[in-house]
Design a protein around this ligand. Structure first.
Ligand code: CTP
Ligand code: MG
Length: 231
């Protein structure tokens, strides 16, 4: 178990195009309050989390302007065009008290159902491993589609995992990996992908599958069902 509480960067600068509408999904109501507040409450309630760095879109009119939650500091900074740009901006904006070799968590604002026990397990297992992420092995058979939407071939399922968040790496290592990907023109879809490019093999820590990323309008009903069941 990590002794020193860790900061968590929360990318929340997306527009939620797959949900649609004018208000980004992280601010749409879920069980009576904006989705992002559920996520931030879970994170700030965790004893291993020291503070939150929320990464916001330019001119975001919806952010409720919190500066603390559960007694933990809540800071904000400006994100970028892609999720990886937002995460790098968040890492850069962390306070100087977060040292280069300190582990930092990254958790999507759009994942309100993350379980406290899974955050604990990630920290416990991935700190000694040098970094890692929550995920789950694929359960369904995997198909490769052709342009007509017909199944061309069945892909092997063994060794295939879905990647969730939180993901956890050392501040300087992750910043360097994200910068390197950006300079190479590679849009990495998660922190682990940036770290893989540097030759590091992030530890896959199995977490609950109900840590869903709210992505479509239909996911709100599912998230609302899951929220009280995933504490
Ligand atoms: N995100 C971000 N900066 C971006 C893009 C995404 O901080 N430039 C954040 C989102 O706000 C979200 C998380 O990254 O909390 C995961 O991204 P995703 O689920 O893809 O959200 P959106 O990009 O907003 O949704 P969509 O892809 O449907 O537009
Ligand atoms: Mg997106």
């Amino acid at each position: 178990m990590s002794m020193v509480p860790l900061w968590c960067v929360v990318p929340a600068a997306g527009r939620g195009a797959r949900v649609g509408g004018d208000v980004p999904k992280q601010y749409l109501p879920l069980a009576g309050q904006p989705l992002i507040l559920h996520t931030l409450q879970r994170l700030s309630a965790h004893p291993s989390i020291a503070g939150l760095m929320i990464v916001l879109g330019a001119g975001d009119p919806h952010w409720p302007g919190l500066d603390q939650l559960n007694g933990k500091p809540v800071l904000t900074t400006l994100g970028g065009a892609e999720r990886c740009d937002s995460v790098l901006a968040g890492l850069r904006a962390l306070p100087a008290s977060v040292t280069d070799d300190a582990f930092v968590l990254v958790h999507d604002a759009a994942r309100p159902c993350v379980r406290r026990a899974d955050i604990s397990r990630l920290i416990e297992l991935a700190v000694p491993a040098g970094g890692g992420l929550l995920g789950a092995p694929l359960r369904d058979t995997l198909k490769r589609a052709d342009a007509d939407g017909r199944s061309q071939v069945t892909e092997p399922r063994d060794q295939r995992w879905r990647a969730f968040t939180p993901q956890m790496f050392r501040r300087a290592e992750l910043s360097a990996a994200l910068l390197s990907a950006s300079q190479a023109g590679v849009t990495v879809s998660d922190e682990a992908m940036a770290m893989e490019r540097t030759g590091f093999a992030p530890l896959l820590v199995e977490g609950a599958e109900d840590n869903l990323k709210v992505t479509t309008a239909a996911d709100f009903a599912l998230a609302e069902f899951l929220l009280p069941r995933t504490v």
